[in-house]
Design a binder for this molecule. Structure first.
Ligand code: F6R
Length: 263
């Protein structure tokens, strides 16, 4: 795992957007996995800026979002589908027929999840998967105890996630209890993974998933067994890491490291 500690949320967002942009420039038909939530807002803003000012071209890219609340239609203002349109898709030249977000109001969730996995595989698999980090250590909606081999399916949200996400709804009672989510197994098949996390409230989980044991109780820890995972943090999120000096040394000596050393 490569751990990049930045000074601020803004710098974290710029570094993350820079990584995504260089993958799109390298491979125009990139298959990009995307996350919703608060953390990637700045990253998507920067991607929109790069599209407008430097012509970053999304026209051949395909995107797959990680998750969606079960029961919310794509136009519901609390749906992840709606959030993605507002944050990114409305502002770049992506072809709408290449955009996939789990459909929260599907009549047959199980069938939908099979179809979603099939679409990912028909697209050639995900080249780069963007992730946030839940307060309970989840990636996508893979709550504590989820199988580390799990595929796209329905998951019940745990109490902490419902409380954390209540800020987007009028009341905690309005937060859906179920979600459609890619599994950890689906995520680990992405060729590259980029996780971003910011703020003090994520610091304990950041230290646990990077430096603690691999455990299904902190599903982000599964990134330890991926061969190309990058984590970009701001100072606060990184503040409880025991080996920050080492990660910083590696970052500052990248010219040496890239030549000779693996992740
Ligand atoms: C959202 C997702 C979630 C979030 C996580 C952090 O698509 O997959 O795992 O990334 O809950 O959310 P924020 O960024 O709002 O703290």
């Amino acid at each position: 795992m490569e751990v990049i500690i930045t000074d601020s949320y803004e710098e974290m967002s710029q570094v993350a957007a820079g990584i995504i942009a260089s993958e799109i420039r390298r491979k125009h038909d990139l298959v990009l996995g995307l996350a919703t939530g608060d953390t990637p807002r700045g990253t998507y803003e920067e991607l929109v800026r790069l599209h407008r000012s430097e012509g970053l071209d999304f026209s051949k890219a395909t995107t797959f979002n990680l998750d969606e609340y079960l029961g919310l239609s794509p136009v519901h203002e609390n749906s992840y589908n709606y959030a993605m349109q507002r944050m990114l898709f409305d502002h770049v030249n992506i072809n709408p027929s290449n955009v996939y977000v789990p459909q929260g109001n599907t009549d047959d969730p199980e069938e939908f999840c099979h179809w979603y996995e099939k679409k990912i595989s028909e697209a050639g698999g995900i080249d780069l998967q963007v992730l946030g980090l839940g307060g309970d250590g989840h990636i996508a909606f893979n709550e504590p105890g989820s199988s580390l081999a799990g595929r796209t399916r329905v998951k019940a949200l745990c109490k902490q996630t419902i409380e954390d996400n209540a800020r987007f709804f009028d009341s905690p009672d309005d937060v859906p209890r179920l979600a459609l989510t890619m599994g950890v197994g689906t995520i680990l098949e992405a060729r590259k993974i980029l996780l971003i996390a910011s703020g003090l409230k994520k610091a304990d989980m950041v230290a646990a998933f990077i430096e603690g044991p691999v455990t299904s109780h902190i599903t982000a820890s599964a990134l330890q067994i991926h061969t190309h995972a990058t984590v970009v943090l701001d100072q606060e999120a990184a503040s409880k890491l025991a080996r920050a000096d080492y990660y910083n040394w590696v970052r500052d000596n990248k010219h040496l490291v890239q030549k000779h050393v693996g992740r």
